[in-house]
Design a protein around this ligand. Structure first.
Ligand SMILES: Nc1ncnc2c1ncn2[C@@H]1O[C@H](COP(=O)(O)OP(=O)(O)OP(=O)(O)O)[C@@H](O)[C@H]1O
Ligand SMILES: [Mg+2]
Length: 243
């Protein structure tokens, strides 16, 4: 897949170590621009660590990561985090209203979010304008995820990293969030990198998949590999023999 599509993000021989423990080992590969790539693998494989590297929360111990051919080390950290948005399962927020949370990323840059713009973004994620003044503590899990995703839309991120965002949701909310991510991908051309334990989701929604194990890449390619791989580890993982 590396050669067929323009990469939005490219890992080149990336290592990440903490206290001499090698958490990621020689990771090389690309995430195609404008596509949805899922990251799957057993707990502790290094998936979250990979996402943290993508938006500069941590830096590679060796190797390099390129976004649009520019090394992450050469980006201004604030610019990098604006360009590469992230949404987490816990959807952390400040106490206060939805509007205050949506306005925060712009306030940090000395700008103001207008109510009109906030209403438009809420509409993009399928929330009514009445949610603007709602306290974030009172939101349901699905609504919280929508607000968390809305924040990345305010930044107009070109790349969106998702870490297990549907794991704690009921089936109806899960479907809504899946549809929202597909819409953001198709309508705004945002490149999505999505960590999921839900292999049905990876197959249905992902264009591509990376399978990680113990800090290295086992296989990458079309999401179909989840059903057609000949790799013994991938087959056992898909069958639920390894968690
Ligand atoms: N700062 C750190 N210090 C020490 N070990 C760490 C640190 N960050 C991550 N690790 C270890 O690196 C490994 C990979 O962690 P990571 O969170 O990336 O896994 P994951 O694939 O996201 O797992 P899960 O599916 O459970 O979320 C784990 O063994 C974890 O304990
Ligand atoms: Mg994780």
């Amino acid at each position: 897949m590396q050669n067929l599509y323009e990469p939005a993000l490219h890992f080149h021989n990336v290592d990440y170590s903490v206290d001499d423990i090698n958490i990621l080992k020689k990771i090389t590969g690309s995430f195609p621009k404008g596509k949805i790539t899922t990251l799957v693998g057993p707990s502790g494989a290094g998936k979250t660590t990979m996402l943290k590297l993508c938006n500069g929360l941590i830096s590679p111990t060796a190797g390099d990561i390129f976004i649009d051919d520019v090394s992450v080390l050469d980006y201004d950290p604030i610019e990098l985090r604006r360009h590469v948005g992230i949404a987490l399962q816990s959807a952390p927020m400040i106490k206060g209203t939805v509007f205050q949370n949506l306005a925060l990323p712009m306030e940090l840059r000395g700008q103001q979010l207008t109510e009109q713009e906030a209403i438009r973004i809420l509409d993009d994620v399928g929330l009514d304008k009445h949610f603007l003044q709602q306290k974030t503590n009172d939101l349901s899990g699905g609504q919280r995820q929508k607000v968390s995703i809305a924040r990345t839309l305010i930044n107009r991120s070109n790349i969106l990293l998702l870490d297990e965002i549907t794991s704690a949701l009921d089936r109806a909310s899960l479907r809504e969030i899946e549809e929202l991510i597909v819409k953001i991908n198709r309508q705004f051309g945002v490149t999505i990198i999505w960590i999921t334990h839900n292999l049905e989701q990876a197959l249905a929604i992902g264009d591509y998949t990376w399978v990680l194990k113990d800090g290295h890449v086992v296989e990458t390619g079309d999401s179909d590999l989840l059903t057609s791989s000949t790799n013994e580890f991938v087959k056992r993982f898909v069958q639920g023999e390894i968690e």
